[in-house]
Design a protein around this ligand. Sequence first.
Ligand SMILES: NC(=O)c1ccc[n+]([C@@H]2O[C@H](COP(=O)([O-])OP(=O)(O)OC[C@H]3O[C@@H](n4cnc5c(N)ncnc54)[C@H](OP(=O)(O)O)[C@@H]3O)[C@@H](O)[C@H]2O)c1
Length: 249
Amino acid sequence: MEIETRPSPGAVALVTGAGGGIGARVAARIAEIGCRVICAGRRVERVEAVAASLDGRGLGLYLDVTDQNSVASLGSRLPADWRQVEILVNNAGHDSGGRRPFHEGTAEQWADIIDTNVVGLVRVTRALIGGMRDRNRGHIVNIGSIAGTRPYATGTLYSASKHAVHGFTEALRLDYVDTGIRVTEIMPGMVKTDFAFNRSGDAAQAAQFYSDFGTSLDPDDVARSVVFALQQPAHVVISALTVVPISQR
Ligand SMILES: NC(=O)c1ccc[n+]([C@@H]2O[C@H](COP(=O)([O-])OP(=O)(O)OC[C@H]3O[C@@H](n4cnc5c(N)ncnc54)[C@H](OP(=O)(O)O)[C@@H]3O)[C@@H](O)[C@H]2O)c1
């Protein structure tokens, strides 16, 4: 069987939520394997700083995945030689107001979790899949979570959102089975990032949360899993990969 080089040399990747945490490490690891990386997110100074650290292979891009105009204009806002996106890593996500009983969350927080983690991910996928179909080449990597198969108390909306990502990702893979488009879900367990801080806005509480948990993954552990999925031979798809810290049950 023919073993193609994957990704193609100099391929363009787009990583959402690339200004920090998992997304920033994913951008760095993808650049290391020779791709050019569009680092997308709402905090422009952060995505530009990450892009600038990629030895000439990065480009910062303002992108709010909850804003249809921001997503729809994505292609036209890119320089011409950055428009053929071969790899999409849907990483943007949050659990605003989470880790509390369901009745304590607000409708705004629930809607924001679903709009970002689910609808946003679908929006960006829809915006880029046309080009992948035209070229019959692409790889979509969705950052789900172990919460996508194992719901937990105090994580109602987040678990619901990641269950949706899980179902969407596998169905998407089946839609493009036997084409040049591959679809992967990476499902991390606990990763130490700004995620806990962004949930509550309380730095001390976030630090205590990770300290109480014990051993967490590093964002780079997730990034290496993404690159592992990207570098498989043409006939192999990593459809779903669960990555947890050694002590996580
Ligand atoms: N940390 C964990 O334990 C863990 C475990 C499993 C899965 N995950 C998943 O991993 C992904 C990354 O999380 P992380 O841990 O790296 O947390 P993080 O450090 O808080 O990063 C989340 C990123 O999402 C971006 N984002 C949020 N809303 C956005 C929007 N509307 N448009 C564009 N970007 C948006 C943020 O960038 P801007 O604010 O600049 O837009 C930020 O860079 C998420 O999907 C999360 O659910 C995390």
